[in-house]
Design a protein around this ligand. Structure first.
Ligand SMILES: Cc1cc2nc3c(=O)[nH]c(=O)nc-3n(C[C@H](O)[C@H](O)[C@H](O)COP(=O)(O)OP(=O)(O)OC[C@H]3O[C@@H](n4cnc5c(N)ncnc54)[C@H](O)[C@@H]3O)c2cc1C
Ligand code: FES
Ligand code: FES
Length: 498
């Protein structure tokens, strides 16, 4: 048990003593004078608070993870390495932080940050190439959002550049400059120079995170490192939430003040962060961040490939997990329809052992699941054989980083021109993510591509659910979408087969 822990902040050791368990990384940074990271929404929507953490991939190689500091509980960074905008460029003279690139207003913060002891990844005094590109493109006006853009761009600069510029910046809002120059910056970023300080840092190994038992003012943060420790803690403290990415839990803390006397952090448990092939299934650790699944399963499960670009933003996906997404049991969560269509199942573990449950049996009511108080989701098992045709559609008010009004995932296995098996799964049309079982049954054995098949399924889908009205969409609209989205799928996949 301890009342202190340490982490690396902009390359220097940082000791945290006696800080409330519920403090977010963002609050801590700002209280400490590193005010380059801004607070705006405090719920992961705007990216003004973006910082980068150094994580490691499955081969142990270091890489940058852009995260929303407002959604990271401070004890979760114990033993880890965080870089803020103050560390991106600067040195004694200038600490030219991003927000200061075009704005005298932020220079004071920058100097405060410099005084607070930030090291710099760009070398003394100079603008980082990402910052220089922003200045050159005139892509900063008020500067409130700019530090966050710099951090997302920094991760893109040092990343594998698989994401398009638009997707790399989809978690950052700018209210005044317009996105065009920012997109141009992302598209034209040079590759890191050979002597780039961060690139050099990324060649060094990342240590394992250590076990933590941090107690402050009667609240506890446990960070176990083995599965058996997690299960024992879960058994003894069933009321303590399992903190995976925190992208649901910390929003609830920030917005509604939902505190807990104990938290069980999962990000030190390697056994929950694995991804492996087990016969004809992929087994995805429940606490493996979505960004890792996206990268590691790329091309193997096309329906998952279709999900990721529509799931939040890179800032969220760097920490959010499938375990958290399913356990939250939101009727508008995106993971559930896709995994229902893929016929995924869950390994639920407790000190008493592990049981396997089809995902179809997991959601029992509005935000209720079949998980017992002493259980955790250990892994999600996804069949490796892709369906013949599969699509994911998400109806939103804006194209990226938005919550679905209706989401649909369809997977059809076709054999010799007939439907061998169909799975039609929806979000946003019922209190839980659901499958359209009657329509699925009508499709089974039917000729794929035959208009009569579509004609039979249409009325079944129309009558399948009784959605509700809410601020995102009316019940009538949602009900129409249930049918229309399937028609879209049919047009894209079945008509060509006819
Ligand atoms: C800005 C923003 C955008 C978002 N966009 C989307 C989106 O596009 N689509 C979408 O579906 N969601 C979205 N979300 C919601 C959220 O990111 C996801 O639900 C995410 O997958 C939650 O995972 P997490 O690891 O962060 O969960 P956490 O917040 O850590 O935990 C959520 C819940 O799951 C429980 N839990 C976590 N892991 C386990 C486990 N292994 N076993 C049992 N229980 C567990 C926790 O105790 C808690 O009750 C968004 C959230 C934000 C803030
Ligand atoms: S303050 Fe808006 S994402 Fe963190
Ligand atoms: S420059 Fe982004 S909000 Fe003003």
């Amino acid at each position: 048990m301890s009342d202190a822990y340490s982490f690396l902040l902009n390359g220097r050791p940082e000791r945290v003593v006696g800080v409330d368990v519920h403090t977010t990384l963002l609050s801590y940074l700002r209280a400490r004078g590193l005010t380059g990271s801004k607070e705006s929404c405090a719920e992961g929507e705007c990216g003004a608070c973006a910082v980068v953490m150094i994580g490691r991939d499955e081969h142990g190689a270091a890489r940058l993870e852009p995260v929303n500091a407002c959604l990271v509980l401070l004890p979760a960074v114990a033993g880890r390495e965080v870089w803020t905008v103050e560390g991106v460029a600067g040195g004694a003279a200038g600490a030219v932080v991003a927000g200061a690139a075009g704005h005298a207003g932020n220079a004071g913060h920058a100097n405060a940050a410099g005084a607070a002891g930030a090291a710099a990844v760009a070398g003394a005094g100079g603008l980082h190439p990402v910052q220089a590109a922003i200045v050159e493109a005139g892509a900063s006006q008020c500067g409130y959002c700019t530090p966050g853009f710099v951090m997302s761009l920094l991760a893109h600069y040092h990343g594998d550049r698989r994401a398009t510029a638009v997707h790399a910046l989809s978690g950052n809002l700018c209210r005044c400059t317009g996105y065009r120059p920012l997109r141009d910056v992302a598209e034209r970023l040079p590759l890191p120079a050979e002597d780039d300080a961060m690139a050099h840092r990324l060649t060094r190994a990342v240590p394992d995170v250590e076990r933590l038992h941090y107690v402050q003012d009667g609240a506890v943060f446990w960070r176990p490192t083995t599965l058996s420790e997690v299960l024992a803690l879960r058994d003894r403290h069933p009321e303590a939430p399992l903190l995976a990415g925190g992208t649901d839990l910390v929003v609830a803390l920030n917005q509604d003040g939902v505190c807990h006397s104990g938290w069980i952090g999962l990000d030190g448990v390697e056994a929950l962060r694995t991804l492996r092939r087990d016969g004809d299934h992929w087994v995805v650790g429940a606490a493996l961040p979505l960004a890792d699944i996206e990268r590691r399963l790329s091309g193997a499960v096309p329906l998952l490939d279709a999900l990721w670009p529509l799931f939040a933003s890179p800032l969220i996906r760097a920490r959010a997990t499938l375990g958290g997404n399913l356990a939250t049991a939101s009727p508008v969560g995106d993971g559930a329809p896709v995994l229902l269509a893929l016929e995924a199942s869950l390994d639920l573990a407790s000190v008493g052992g592990t049981r396997r449950l089809p995902l179809d049996a997991f959601f029992t009511g509005y935000r209720k699941t079949a998980i017992a108080a002493d259980e955790i989701i250990e892994a999600v098992r996804v069949p490796a054989l892709p369906p013949t045709h599969a699509r994911f559609y998400k109806v939103t008010k804006r194209p990226l980083d938005d919550i679905a009004s209706v989401a649909a995932a369809f997977a059809v296995h076709v054999e010799r021109g007939r439907v061998a098996r169909a799975r039609l799964a929806y979000g946003g049309v019922a209190p839980t993510p659901v499958r359209a079982h009657e329509a699925e049954a009508a499709l089974a054995g039917a000729p794929w591509g035959d208009p009569a098949t579509l004609a039979r399924v249409r009325p079944l889908l129309d009558a399948a659910f009784t959605p509700i009205d809410d601020h995102r969409a009316s019940a009538a609209y949602r009900r129409a979408m249930v049918v229309r989205l399937f028609e879209k799928f049919w047009n894209e996949c079945a008509e060509a087969a006819a």
